[in-house]
Design a protein around this ligand. Structure first.
Ligand SMILES: Cc1cc2nc3c(=O)[nH]c(=O)nc-3n(C[C@H](O)[C@H](O)[C@H](O)COP(=O)(O)OP(=O)(O)OC[C@H]3O[C@@H](n4cnc5c(N)ncnc54)[C@H](O)[C@@H]3O)c2cc1C
Length: 442
């Protein structure tokens, strides 16, 4: 039940009354008492102490899981945005945590700096991307959080906390993939690299060849991403490497058109898998190779418009090809409604306590389901395969793991929970979802 507008937080604007918040996919909805947008750390500290709990910081709302959901207060941190400082010699930049990745890439380009890697889109906030271990692909490339050199928090007691790599590496490892449970992040310093250009090659390979040469395909290039199209017997393989050549490639909506075609074929031929397979295989085998060169951020980022739901698991690298074989079979025998390509990436191991890449090089496999369609049976069946092979779920993508499951696959899980207790002793940032997910008593 929503109550009348509250005016608790008297010293910052705008002060909001009850509101409805929804995530990008439209699948998580929260009726909250307030969505304040503090402008300073002092105002944020005041909100942390006084606003109705549970408090949940929000970035761009691109997570599929209800990490931001609450009946209390959603903290809008978009005012903590922009470039704060940079160090040319060390190639680092300190930025507001609410900065969107698309704005960050423009800022870094102006400094001659670059992110070493990126995921599929640039709409997330920096803090949101770090909090869920958002990643791109590449066996020698870590996820965004591995670039962290400093993190500025306002913790659950409303107190400013700054962790710097030179003296607090352990706390950065503990809180860097933070799920918004250690407090609100206001700024971060990131280790960047000098600006560079990328060559993107795309080629079509038969599934058998793709799986047989999986390891070399994934390690031969700086970044390889594989899209396995259901019923196609082919995979689209995308390979990125640095180049000194110049180019002006920018993302187009071509991938969206491909998805629309696959959906149409699914709609008409769901009961005729042989014809569906013949048409898709034939069309894909005829696609010619592509090559483009462009600035780093323009090559990484794609244009994703159609809405979907997604689950993604991070598996020990050596389990990747085996799990894929099972997932392809699952779709083609039991879940013929699936038309989205299976997305396969790799991520370098790291030592962040809540990172799904903790201590192991990873093969990440993502499956999607069209928005508005019931995904539960398919995702459950896919999850069973991923979990049997030691998978850890993407924090921002749909999964059913809870505290005991997580503690079994995250060696530093309990240590991270101890740090959480110290930083937020009253559990101001703990929502019912997080309580169940992480086993935190409310
Ligand atoms: C179209 C699409 C494409 C995607 N592509 C990829 C991809 O290529 N690779 C990948 O790994 N993931 C991908 N994702 C998942 C996405 O990157 C993550 O879910 C990410 O967390 C979203 O960032 P956000 O800013 O929207 O954060 P939100 O969803 O708003 O929040 C995520 C988490 O961050 C916390 N948080 C946000 N701001 C703060 C803050 N200031 N302080 C403390 N905690 C904070 C929230 O409380 C929450 O726990 C994709 C999602 C979509 C919808």
């Amino acid at each position: 039940m929503l109550r009348g507008p509250k005016r608790l937080l008297t010293d910052f604007q705008p002060i909001e009354g009850p509101q409805v918040w929804r995530n990008w996919a439209g699948t998580v909805e929260s009726k909250v008492e307030q969505i304040p947008r503090p402008l300073t750390e002092e105002q944020l500290g005041n909100a942390v102490l006084n606003a109705p709990a549970p408090l949940r910081p929000v970035g761009s709302g691109h997570s599929f899981t209800p990490l931001v959901a609450t009946t209390g207060t959603i903290l809008d941190l978009s005012a903590f945005s922009g470039l704060i400082d940079h160090n040319e010699a060390e190639c680092t930049a300190t930025i507001g945590a609410g900065t969107k990745l698309c704005d960050l890439t423009r800022m870094l380009a102006g400094l001659g700096q670059a992110l070493p890697n990126m995921g599929d889109i640039d709409q997330q906030s920096v803090a949101g991307a770090l909090a869920t271990a958002t990643h791109g692909s590449g066996l020698t490339l870590g996820a965004y959080h591995t670039q962290l050199r400093a993190i500025h928090f306002v913790d659950g007691c409303g107190k400013k906390r700054v962790f710097e790599a030179s003296r607090d590496q352990e706390m950065i490892n503990a809180t860097g993939v933070g799920l918004g449970i250690f407090g609100a992040v206001t700024a971060v310093t990131m280790q960047n690299v000098p600006s560079y250009n990328l060559r993107r090659k795309r080629t079509m390979l038969p599934i058998t060849a793709t799986l047989d040469s999986f390891e070399s395909l994934m390690s031969r290039h700086r970044s390889t991403e594989i899209f396995i199209v259901p019923f196609a017997r082919h995979a689209l393989v995308q390979m990125l490497d640095k180049t000194d050549n110049l180019g002006d490639y920018s993302a187009t909506a071509e991938d969206e058109a491909g998805i629309a075609t696959l959906k149409t074929l699914r709609n008409y031929l769901k009961s005729f898998p042989t014809i569906r397979r013949m048409l898709i295989s034939h069309a894909m085998a005829k696609l010619s190779d592509e090559e483009h060169v462009g600035e780093w951020m323009k090559i990484y980022v794609t244009d994703r418009q159609s809405k979907f739901n997604e689950t993604e698991y991070h598996l020990p690298f050596e389990e990747g090809a085996l799990a894929l074989t099972e997932i392809i079979k699952l779709i083609e025998t039991r879940f013929r409604q699936i038309y989205f390509p299976i997305e396969v990436r790799t991520v370098k191991r790291d030592d962040f306590w809540l990172s799904p890449f903790y201590g192991r090089d990873t093969c990440s496999i993502a499956v999607h389901h069209g928005a508005g369609e019931d995904y539960s049976a398919f995702f459950r069946a896919a999850e069973a395969i991923f979990r049997r092979r030691g998978g850890r779920p993407h924090w921002g993508k749909l999964h059913t793991m809870t505290a005991a499951d997580l503690a079994a696959v995250y060696p530093r899980f309990n240590d991270a929970m101890e740090v959480r207790r110290e930083m937020d002793p009253e559990g101001r940032f703990v929502s019912p979802y997080l309580s169940k997910l992480l086993g935190i008593a409310l």
